[in-house]
Design a protein around this ligand. Sequence first.
Ligand SMILES: [Zn+2]
Length: 115
Amino acid sequence: MKITIGGWFKLPRMGTAVFSALMKEGVKYDRESGFMLSSDTDIESAVRTIGSALSEPVELSVRCFICLNPACEGCPYFEVCDRRRVSSMCLCREHSGRRDIYDSYQKTFLSTLGE
Ligand SMILES: [Zn+2]
């Protein structure tokens, strides 16, 4: 299954052992929205837990820090990028090529600090 880091996703009903493992690994849970992998999540372990619970591989993607769109599509580093280890926020193709990007990055970063 495909999971975007920082985005909600649903999982089929799984046993309490799996659920408590995911909670221990820092996966966010919301009764309405489902599950979310965030920067607080031990992503490597969570991916292993989900993958073995579903018996299918988990394909991770990350979002753009600026526009929150999926950042992996068309990325030249997709094949070599270990998305279990990189930051949960990347830059999409549009934003990674811009000269004024440091400004936007800084603004977005500062606004997350204010939350
Ligand atoms: Zn972007």
